[in-house]
Design a protein around this ligand. Sequence first.
Ligand code: NDP
Ligand code: 1BO
Length: 332
Amino acid sequence: MAQATFTAEDQKIESFRLLSGHTIPAIGLGTWRSGSQADNSVKIALLEGGYRHIDTAWEYGVQESVGHGVKAAIHAGVERRDLFITSKLWCTELSPERVRPALLNTLQQLQLEYLDLYLIHWPFRLADGASRPPKPGDVQEMDMEGVWREMEGLVKDKLVRDIGVCNFTLKKMNKLLGFAETMPSVCQMEMHPGWRNDKMLEACKQNGIHVTAYSPLGSQEGGRDLIHDETVDRIAKKLNKTPGQVLVKWAIQRGTSVVPKSNNPDRIKENIKVFGWELPQEDFQALCNIPDQFCFVAFFFLQKRVLHGEQLFVNKNAGPLRSVADVWDHED
Ligand code: NDP
Ligand code: 1BO
């Protein structure tokens, strides 16, 4: 259940409580493909939009720029303790001895002393310099237990407040829960009306693990254009909201936090104006039932991931991942 907090601008922002007892603001700014504009986008989000949550990753190549934006906001009077900064451990660093150095490098790039949340970005280890798609040998065995112990060590040493995962399956989550001494507080997954992933959301809820929905608008180039979807547009017009706000609100009403990316000042400010109103049940339900995409291969309408990981992890001729189905443990 979301609870209300207030920023300095008195904008009511809901947040969710994590297993650790900490809270995560219901909406954060995504920074994938924000490029050198990340600095300005973060500043606008924090100082003009009332955001307190920023989602980034080493792999996005924008951490230094994000760090400048955060620093500027702190200089302008935003308290570090009111911020929630997430970053992610990249696949090349998924071996126990690389976890701490990777985190320290991320802290340095962001000019921070601690992170609020550190996530395993994808559950596959990649060799240094791995190509896309991977060559034979680029995707390697991952010591999940060893990596998680190191992540737990970062919490004990107060370098990060919470730890979690992204892009996990039920199978991988069950494996992790079998040895975790510190539970994953958050599981970050692709979720939007075109890929609801109800199964994973339900499993996380049953274990008390909070879910953050990524690509809530259907993602960027090559994604699913939900902003111009007929159902989304109809509901937005009816409620006098924008399609972006309807999609963000749908995610929050499902009980997930959400991290829409924008580099556009107006859209950054628009996307967070989702508090103090609700999607009526019939509209929430209509979004859950949005017509699926037609899949010409299966000759069927399907819920479909945008970020399936094929380019990153699949080598059809030399495993271990020979298909997208392998990436997702054949659970889709
Ligand atoms: P989103 O679903 O957030 O969509 C972003 C796109 O929508 C951009 O092209 C943006 O353009 C546009 N946009 C933003 N707001 C609006 C609006 N109100 N109206 C119309 N268009 C809008 O895509 P992402 O895939 O970037 O996902 C969001 C974030 O999730 C990422 O940035 C990243 O932080 C995280 N993520 C995490 C992953 C993981 O593996 N853990 C994977 C993918 C994403 P413009 O900038 O011009 O406004
Ligand atoms: C390759 C990184 C996907 C976005 O998190």
